[in-house]
Design a protein around this ligand. Structure first.
Ligand code: FAD
Ligand code: FMN
Length: 565
């Protein structure tokens, strides 16, 4: 402001009465209103000229949000470094000034594989980032007990290292679009403040809780349950058909089932704790009998290390940080009384839903949901046990009711009918492709379909063999390649089969086909991805670096889509 104007203002303020000051403040405000907000906003140029946006993703959601933030910031004239955490040089962090991290949570409250190095680094001692101004967007799913844990940890660790949070941590549920956009808006608003910080006297509140949609719980009547392995296999993979008239889903979606716990185990827990199963206790905002909490709502098996730590604090004893079942914990480290047991119930996590890819399509199987469930077995001290949901599925009989919810899987969708698709789905990975093939058959899609399937033995483990051969005979499936790993002298898997088909596979993909992968995350998923990049290099006559670029381009175009677990 010019000196002359300043002096006039000072003189006026010094001699004005209170009423005159009030009148002038109203006068100034209306003059500002007449100028309008846009004029003012356009005069404030973002004083921040460079930001870094990092993402840690497993299935691409965090990358999508980060890319949106980067694009909008660039539009405002801000330079943006956008990078996946797997590529980020940790030594660069000390040079960052404005850092935005978008991170999903995977496994049991863990960071995605791509973000692990960064996450672990943030948990090392002695970090000091006083110059960093930051904000974190945490992607997650409220069905999981450790909701948005990885993003939350990143936020906490950055704060601990002295970085300044300039926009609140935002947690988002499966429908992340709206809260993610709110976070982006928050960040951009802060970046357009004169110093790229919120008002000095008002630090950013730590967490913004996104509104979460209640999941619709459907009741499905079990129509049929068939073991897809032939006699002599010794293995069980159930094909399950549920009838649920009002169910809504699309090919590519999954369902979630919250399995009940083993009743005998619950009875033993109640007995050993010396409590009455019918006693009612309140946990959070819910009341139920001890028996019901243990039967249906809480996780009592393979307790997370953090839960074991809290248990140790309740009973006042040292317990090694290992995963253990509640019953075993109670046997070795008993609770003193009913009160202590109730405290223990309050620290247990909610039972986690188990997800299953839908193997049907409403176009053909109206009002039905089909899933493919492999019996998950593991051994503890030489004793073979079944997983919680596996054991529950074993008990199911015709006409039983199964409660489930539909988990949308927006990335995993069929392309337009005229596009070609390649599907790699060994084992239970076949499930969504059964849905895709029914859908393409019913809609008369003109695009070509190619399936790679793998299992152990041809004679006993060819899941959905009759249907697959039917689709091949009727021309719905244009190509099928199978790999039965234990029918050969050497192990032989789907990625070996892909290698044999390298020329044609490369041609399909180079001509615009979509590549889908479903099933076991490792080693299968890893090998398939590695093999595909090798095929691109060999057939495209290029080096690995260029092949990786092509692969990433296909990924960006949504032509390489995976759902592995
Ligand atoms: C997106 C997605 C899609 C999926 N689609 C399918 C599908 O179509 N078909 C399918 O069959 N599965 C699918 N799964 C896997 C499925 O959700 C379950 O994880 C699987 O069925 C195992 O669940 P469970 O309750 O039987 O085993 P859990 O009880 O969860 O046990 C799982 C594993 O944990 C370990 N474990 C558990 N308790 C102990 C213990 N006390 N001591 C030592 N180790 C222990 C064992 O290694 C065991 O194998 C999918 C998963 C995801 C994330
Ligand atoms: C196997 C699996 C485990 C998951 N574990 C958690 C979890 O512990 N906590 C959570 O909040 N979300 C969890 N999620 C949900 C993901 O964080 C959510 O789907 C997110 O949108 C994925 O984002 P991304 O594509 O960037 O990885 C899990 C998802 C899967 C498939």
């Amino acid at each position: 402001m010019e000196e002359l104007k300043k002096n006039i203002l000072k003189e006026f303020v010094a001699t004005a009465t209170r009423e005159e000051l009030l009148w002038i403040s109203g006068y100034v405000q209306s003059a500002l209103d007449r100028l309008g907000n846009n004029t003012i906003a356009s005069e404030i140029k973002p004083s921040v000229n460079k930001i870094t946006v990092l993402y840690g993703t497993e299935t691409g959601n965090s990358k999508k949000v980060s890319t949106d933030l980067a694009a909008l910031a660039k539009k405002k004239g801000i330079q943006v470094k956008l990078q996946g955490l797997e590529q980020y040089r940790l030594s660069d962090i000390n040079r960052e000034e404005y850092l935005f991290v978008v991170m999903s949570t995977q496994g049991e409250g863990e960071p995605p594989e791509a973000g692990k190095k960064f996450y672990d680094y943030l948990h090392t001692d002695g970090l000091n980032f006083p110059n960093i101004k930051y904000s974190v967007l945490a992607l997650g799913d409220t069905s999981y007990p450790l909701y948005c844990k990885a993003g939350e940890d990143v936020d906490i660790q950055l704060e601990k290292a002295g970085a300044k949070r300039i926009a609140p941590l935002q947690k988002t549920d499966v429908d992340y679009d709206i809260p993610a956009n709110e976070w982006i808006e928050n960040v951009l608003t802060v970046l357009s403040k004169p110093n790229g910080v919120p008002t000095a006297e008002k630090p950013a509140v730590p967490v913004v809780a996104a509104k979460t949609k209640e999941k619709i719980i459907y009741k499905g009547t079990l129509l049929s349950k068939v073991n897809l392995h032939a006699k002599g296999s010794g293995r069980t993979t159930w094909h399950i058909e549920l009838l649920s008239d009002d169910v809504a889903y699309e090919a590519g979606d999954t369902i979630g089932i919250v399995p009940p716990n083993n009743k005998e185990e619950v009875a033993k827990i109640i007995a050993i704790a010396g409590v009455k199963g019918s006693d009612i206790i309140a946990i959070k905002n819910d009341e139920d009998t001890i028996e019901e909490w243990l039967n249906k709502k809480l996780c009592i098996n393979y307790l997370h290390e953090t839960v074991v730590k809290k248990y140790a604090a309740i009973i006042g004893q040292e317990i090694p940080a290992v995963k253990i079942d509640l019953l075993d914990l109670l046997k070795v480290y008993p609770v003193a009384d009913k009160n202590q047991f109730e405290e223990v119930l309050k620290i247990l996590n909610k039972q986690t839903p188990r997800l299953y890819n839908i193997a049907s399509t409403l176009t053909t199987q109206s009002g039905e949901v089909h899933i493919t469930v492999a019996r998950d077995e593991y051994a503890v001290n030489g004793v073979t046990k079944a997983g919680i949901c596996s054991a529950y599925v074993d008990t199911l009989q015709e006409n039983d009711t199964v409660e489930f919810f539909v988990q949308k899987n927006k990335r995993f969708r069929l392309p337009a009918g005229d596009k070609d698709i390649v599907m790699v789905g060994p084992g239970t990975g076949i499930a969504p492709f059964r849905s895709f093939l029914y859908e393409r058959d019913a809609t008369g899609a003109a695009g070509k379909n190619w399936l790679f399937f793998g299992e152990e033995h041809f004679t006993t483990d060819f899941l959905y063999q009759t249907e697959i051969q039917g689709w091949y005979n009727t021309g719905v499936l244009n190509k099928i390649n199978v790999a039965f790993s234990k029918d050969h002298h050497v192990v032989y898997n789907v990625h070996h089969k892909m290698k044999e088909q390298a020329i044609e596979l490369y041609n399909w993909l180079n001509n615009g086909a979509y590549f889908y992968l479903c099933g076991e995350k490792a080693p299968m998923g890893v090998e398939v991805e590695k093999t595909l990049i090798e095929i691109i290099a060999e057939q495209g006559k290029t080096d690995k670096e260029e092949a990786l670029k092509v692969f990433n381009k296909w990924k960006e175009e949504g032509r390489y889509i995976k759902d592995v677990y």
